[in-house]
Design a protein around this ligand. Sequence first.
Ligand SMILES: [Mg+2]
Length: 248
Amino acid sequence: MKALWYYKRMDKLIVLLDADDTLLDFSKSENEAIKKTLAEFSIPVTQRIVERYVQINLHCWKLLEDGKITRVYLDRLRFDMLFEEFGIKNKDSVAAGAAYRAHLTESGYVLDGCVSFLEEISKKYRLFLVTNGTQPTQIVRLKSAGIEGYFEELFYSEQIGCAKPYKGFFDYVFSHIAGFDKDRTVLIGDSLTSDIAGANNAGITGVWFNPKRLPLSNRAVPDYVVSSYEELVSLLGSLDEERKDKAI
Ligand SMILES: [Mg+2]
């Protein structure tokens, strides 16, 4: 027989959180990592090349989300594209991809207010991390940011073999959460195409974290949209109350 605390814990709201640009300041880490990589490969670091890298990287991640490329190919493709566009010859895009990933691992920064947000919600709900990043990179960044301890478990797409927004990713996650219940599970993320489309595919509540107040697209339908951690705390509070009322 399980102890009463077990059932009390199992009854809590299950909150799945995306990592990059939901908790971690990806842009800051990305910017540092690309500058270090270019310098290492003796490529002049200009604002233009850094900006183009950011755009190309985003494009490559969309290709991954659409199932058009693999995660391993993504690492070299972004440098193949960058080198071609800037006429950079005789540079090894595979080595550049590996160097970039190594530099990305060196630093993890949280978004403003993230730690107090996690501190507050971790007292009330069960938290799980769901990220399309790779395990070695993300774990170091989360530790460096000091936030890995807030999660009951961390789920990485590379380890699962399937990425958000695909249902396979969520099937794996759901089957590895003890006492899982779809009706009291919420996913919070900044990406419409991976997080919110994923929540839609998996049939759970999707909360779009949108501090930049970007326009909605027709690729996914969030159940809720918030622009700050304060709004998130209050939304989770009301969802939790609503759920308890239904249970009674
Ligand atoms: Mg994200």
